[in-house]
Design a protein around this ligand. Structure first.
Ligand SMILES: [Zn+2]
Length: 205
């Protein structure tokens, strides 16, 4: 029966779909089973033709479903220990090389250090708000060690220094962070601002 009122038509269609939901889903399933190969081939081609769109979509999906994906992976690993072992044995060298490259990347180091700082901050129940991006920015802007003023380079690495050490309940937040070289950082340890004032003649602001 044709509807003069478009809203009424919409309501009618909605109700019809609700009523026939199971039948429709059954029909879709059958259609999929019958044309599975064709549909899969179509999808494959679509992914090739729309690489950029696909990449964005995958990233977005991964971001939105992070927890569910992790859960699925954990489940898979738990259920297939032999498969995992066989795979890692067959690809031992490739996997090792991959791991090594990853560990060497500055990005990984920052993430890793930040994670351990955050963990320590959490253990001491102090504020932990510094993000990886903030630390990255802080590190890239620092040209010299805050304490000894030597310029950073391949011989002098940047490290993140907590003005008030986490072990003295200093927060892991950007306003409590400085960039210092490793030797100054370890000389300072958790001695605080009095020590840096007497040793380096500078007070962290
Ligand atoms: Zn220094």
């Amino acid at each position: 029966m044709p509807h003069a009122d478009p809203l009424a038509k919409k309501r009618y269609m909605k109700a019809w779909h609700r009523k026939n939901r199971e039948r429709l889903s059954e029909r879709r399933k059958q259609y999929y089973q019958k044309n599975r190969e064709k549909l899969l081939a179509y999808c494959r081609q679509w992914r090739i033709d729309n690489e950029e769109k696909c990449r964005v979509g995958v990233t977005r999906y991964r971001h939105r479903n992070r927890e569910a994906i992790r859960q699925r992976q954990r489940e898979y690993v738990r259920k297939n220990p032999e498969k995992i072992r066989a795979y890692s044995e067959a690809n031992r060298e490739i996997l090792y090389a991959k791991k090594k490259t990853k560990r060497r990347s500055p990005e990984y180091r920052i993430t890793n250090r930040n994670a351990s700082h955050r963990r320590r901050a959490m253990e001491r129940s102090v504020i932990s708000t510094a993000t990886k991006e903030q630390i990255q920015r802080l590190l890239s802007r620092a040209k010299r060690c805050y304490y000894c003023s030597r310029p950073f380079g391949s011989k002098l690495r940047r490290t993140i220094d907590h003005i008030i050490a986490i072990s003295n309940d200093g927060p892991h937040s950007i306003d409590n962070l400085l960039v210092a070289c490793k030797s100054c950082n370890s000389a300072k340890r958790n001695k605080g601002t009095d020590f840096t004032a007497s040793r380096f003649g500078v007070l962290p602001l």
